[in-house]
Design a protein around this ligand. Structure first.
Ligand code: ZN
Length: 272
């Protein structure tokens, strides 16, 4: 089975301005790197061209008032908050990212792909009725809801290994037992968004289906991979997911300026 990567030349419009960590050239650079490494020539790799998500897709997760608010901000060219600007071109790219995550998730769920990557995906700080932390729409949560509501998926595991806690995704599925959300992140007392403690375990039917693994600043490969082996793997085995959505984030890397975890490229490789 094949491996899929989404790419669209308009993804680079998810550019939040000069000096912002979310710059559009990340997408071009990724494409160039894939080309240099011959990844696109590999017969097992398919490039997927995402379609923009529709409003009804956004409403699988987000409240209508919130979605309308973001569309209005885009028209007016006003930021959502100080670090999350909105414009027509950012909105266009945000919809392509959501569309890309829905596409790869659906294809993997249908076993048309073995694995897939949604370039630019993992906008995990957006909740039902809020955005922030560079995120407008939660592509991961929308992709999960897409295969549940339209393709009847019943057990979805989301592993979030971004350096920041995925507060939006956690909130969205907090009372839900069909989505197991496991997040490894830097100790929330030391980093945005300031939540993601071990005692946040889910509510009601969702109790036990939200697992937070905060790690101290300076955590290197060994401790990180030990946490994966001793916590994530046994829980995943017990839950028996039909699909795993991995919410990346290259920001646990030691050279990343946003976080203070200290993973190496080798560490990421072992994680994958
Ligand atoms: Zn992050």
């Amino acid at each position: 089975m094949k491996f899929g990567i989404t790419y669209h030349e308009k993804l680079k419009q998810y550019d939040l301005g000069p000096g912002h960590p979310f710059r559009g050239d990340r997408f071009e650079n990724a494409r160039k790197l894939f080309e240099e490494k011959g990844i696109f020539k590999n017969p097992d790799v398919t490039i997927l061209r995402p379609k923009p998500a529709k409003k009804e897709d956004l409403l699988l997760v987000h409240e209508e008032n919130y979605v309308n608010h973001i569309f209005e901000l885009a028209e007016q060219g006003k930021p959502y908050d100080i670090e999350t600007p909105v414009s027509p071109s950012i909105l266009e790219a945000a919809l392509l990212i959501v569309g890309g995550s829905m596409l790869v998730t659906e294809m993997v769920y249908r076993r048309e792909l073995k694995r897939g990557i949604s370039l630019g995906g993992g906008l995990h700080h957006a909740g039902k009725n809020y955005g922030g932390g560079f995120c407008l729409f939660n592509d991961v949560a929308i992709a999960a809801q897409h295969i549940r509501q339209r393709l009847h998926a019943k057990r979805i595991l989301i592993v979030d290994y971004d350096v920041h806690f995925g507060n939006g995704t956690s909130d969205i599925f907090y009372s839900d037992s069909q989505v197991l959300f496991i997040s490894l992140h830097q100790d929330p007392r030391t980093i945005y968004p300031g939540t993601g403690f071990v005692e946040q375990v889910g509510r009601g039917a969702g109790e036990g289906f939200n697992v937070n693994v905060p790690l101290p600043p300076g955590t290197t490969d060994n401790l990180y991979l030990k946490a994966v082996k001793e916590i994530v793997v046994p829980l995943a085995r017990e839950f028996k997911p039909e699909i795993i959505l991995a919410n990346g984030g290259s920001d646990p890397h030691f050279a990343d300026s946003l976080g203070s975890l200290a993973l190496s490229v080798q560490g990421f490789f072992k994680l994958a």
